[in-house]
Write a protein that binds this ligand. Structure first.
Ligand SMILES: *[C@@H]1O[C@H](CO)[C@@H](O)[C@H](O)[C@H]1NC(C)=O
Ligand SMILES: *[C@@H]1O[C@H](CO)[C@@H](O)[C@H](O)[C@H]1NC(C)=O
Ligand SMILES: [Zn+2]
Length: 470
């Protein structure tokens, strides 16, 4: 999951500060649509049986494990990402799904080199780090400077420039919610640089740590000097903060190298299960295929991609052909700025009226709880009614979100109704963007439930007698 683009940050801060807003369907008046939706109960049972206890049981996990173990990390711009895309095309065609196409996208390749931080004062200590995406490099001997610790941007604003100039700014925000805290990662370097800092560090964006740094994207604002920037562990950030608060002088040497090539080519992958009556109309299920260079991208976003892969596969195997087309999309280069999704939106803008509903899973594939839905009241009423069919697996909750997901926020921002997977992901940010994003985070039974839920929801929306209203 990428830190959302600036456009969405204000909205996101507002949302993530609040408790989840659970939709209340009391004022919904759907008339005969209620009966129509209820009639899908048998289809839901069929899909659940097939996926959770029938021939597909364990399949989503097994295929995800094969994929992740074979390719490992799949950063934007690398050959391994392209090979993993080819592999997914083959895997899909083996299921008899032949409407598979790819669309080229220009993407960056940012290759991490040597990274090392040494605390020189008040005592010598190695500090674990991960450079942030597209970070500038240091000279080979590194940069040495004194640390200034700030808890938030207001604190930075309150310090005069002469006290920041030539120093290293360390942000130590307390993790509240990802959307709120991540701004210190995504904008920290720019704001520190604007005040004359030579580098910036951020306490990793996570509520919990076993001495693990978390990388992620950041962008340099126009006109600022791009200074090297990295995340360090909660443990080291808190250690440095305690030293600093006692009035001790903390001096670090930071060495970071990397290479950036902005002109690589990657591909979005589109898999269609063609609709029987309105093939031009789309219900999209999606996840991103790229990952950070650390970890294996099993959770972020291998799981999300594989439940989306499962949807057309399970429908095909069960000979369930909805009226509209179910399209699975594997976005490319999400982590460096939703690049694949922006390219798709642009290339298909003339057909955007045909997107009936767009779904994305990019915040974990733990036990499904329901959907986080954006759209009109009427749209939410319909989805809430559909979710009632998932009481047996405890996935009936509709969370109101104005900007769900990451890639799909581009589409829902244009008024297209959509949803992200609401799941039991309390531990998601423990692993996010770290070496610990491996298959060990994934659970076969939860993936089965997620795949079944995703498939059945997509099927019903694609088959209803009416479009989801805008
Ligand atoms: C949209 O544009 C593409 C590319 O020019 C074209 O192939 C497609 O037919 C157009 N679709 C519609 C609905 O006009
Ligand atoms: C749903 O919740 C009930 C009650 O807490 C529990 O017994 C059941 O196992 C849950 N079902 C699933 C599929 O998690
Ligand atoms: Zn992701």
């Amino acid at each position: 999951m990428f830190s959302k683009s600036l456009l969405f940050i204000a909205l996101l801060i507002y949302q993530t500060k609040c408790e989840l807003k659970i939709f209340d369907p009391k004022s919904c008046e759907l008339g005969t649509l209620v009966k129509e939706i209820e009639s899908y109960d048998g289809v839901v049972k069929k899909i659940l049986d097939y996926t959770v206890s029938g021939p597909f049981k364990g399949k989503t996990y097994d295929e995800l494990a094969k994929f992740v173990d074979k390719f490992g990390a799949r950063p934007s711009g690398t050959d391994v990402l392209e090979k993993s895309i080819d592999y997914m095309i083959e895997l899909t065609k083996k299921e008899g799904l032949n409407d598979v196409i790819t669309e080229e996208v220009k993407v960056p390749l940012w290759e991490r080199g040597e990274e090392k931080i040494t605390m020189l004062e008040p005592r010598e200590k190695d500090i674990a780090l991960l450079g942030l995406g597209k970070s500038a490099t240091t000279p080979p001997e590194g940069l040495t400077g004194e640390v200034v610790v700030v808890r938030n941007f207001e604190e930075l604003e309150g310090i005069s420039e002469d006290k920041i100039k030539g120093k290293i700014v360390l942000y130590v925000p307390v993790f509240t919610a990802y959307g709120e805290t991540v701004t210190y990662r995504s904008q920290g370097a720019s704001k520190a640089s604007a005040k004359g800092a030579i580098a910036s560090l951020v306490r990793s964006i996570t509520p919990y740590s076993l001495y693990t740094p978390h990388t992620g994207s950041q962008t340099y604002a126009d006109g600022v000097v791009p200074i090297p920037t990295a995340a360090i562990t909660l443990e080291d950030a808190d250690l440095i903060t305690r030293m600093y608060d006692k009035g001790e002088k903390v001096v670090l040497n930071i060495k970071m190298s990397s290479k950036l090539d902005e002109n690589k080519i990657s591909r979005n992958t589109l898999i269609d299960l063609k609709g029987s009556e309105y093939p031009e109309k789309l219900v999209i299920v999606s996840g991103h295929i790229d990952s950070w260079d650390v970890g294996q991208g099993a959770m972020d976003d291998g799981g999300g991609m594989f439940v989306s892969w499962a949807a057309p596969v399970i429908l095909k195997r069960l000979h369930l052909t909805p009226k509209r087309t179910v399209r699975a999309i594997f976005w490319t280069a999400e982590e460096l700025g939703l690049i694949g999704a922006y390219a798709y939106e642009k290339a298909h803008r003339n057909e955007s009226d045909n997107i009936n509903f767009i779904m994305e899973s990019d915040e974990g594939t733990f036990a499904p709880l329901g959907l986080a839905v954006s759209g009109t009241q009427k749209a939410r009423c319909i989805i809430a009614e559909i979710l009632k069919l998932f009481k047996s697996i405890n996935a009936s909750t509709l969370v109101e979100e104005n900007s769900p997901g990451s890639d799909i926020a581009i589409f829902t921002g244009n008024g297209i109704p959509g949803a992200s997977l609401h799941n039991d992901n309390g531990k998601y940010f423990w692993f996010h963007h770290t070496e610990a994003d491996t298959m060990n985070v994934e659970n076969p039974d939860e993936l089965d439930l997620g795949a079944a839920f995703w498939t059945a929801v997509a099927y019903i929306i694609a088959d209803l007698s009416i479009d989801i209203p805008r």
